[in-house]
Design a protein around this ligand. Structure first.
Ligand code: SF4
Length: 104
């Protein structure tokens, strides 16, 4: 790994490196739901571009999503309701479930 002069190694981790530090405790209850019928009329599909975990992908023309790698950023919901068609219902996983981040 290359480092930038003057920065500690921890500050030069790539997004992929940082995501590799996240652990997950799956929540059996879905905390993200998407009405993919609404997505059919969404032209910009900004959810495809803001999620670092690639929760949203295309299968042909169809939007598909897999919440297993979600790091609970919430950007998908913001852009969906600001730029998209408002198809995402998003909440945090129940207490103790979901992503756990390593700090320090
Ligand atoms: S931004 Fe919202 S409405 Fe548009 S494709 Fe993504 S989830 Fe569907």
């Amino acid at each position: 790994m290359s480092t930038k002069p003057g920065l500690p190694v921890e500050e030069t981790l790539t997004v992929d490196d940082r995501l590799g530090l996240v652990t997950f405790e799956p929540d059996e209850e879905p905390f993200i739901e998407v009405d993919t019928d609404i997505c059919k009329r969404c032209k910009p599909k900004p959810c495809l571009y803001v999620c670092p975990s690639a929760v949203y992908t295309l299968d042909g023309d169809e939007l598909v999503y897999n919440i297993e790698g979600c790091i609970e950023l919430g950007a998908c919901s913001v852009v969906c309701h600001k730029i998209g068609e408002g198809a995402i219902s998003w909440s945090y996983p129940r207490g103790g479930k979901g992503a756990a981040f390593k700090f320090g």
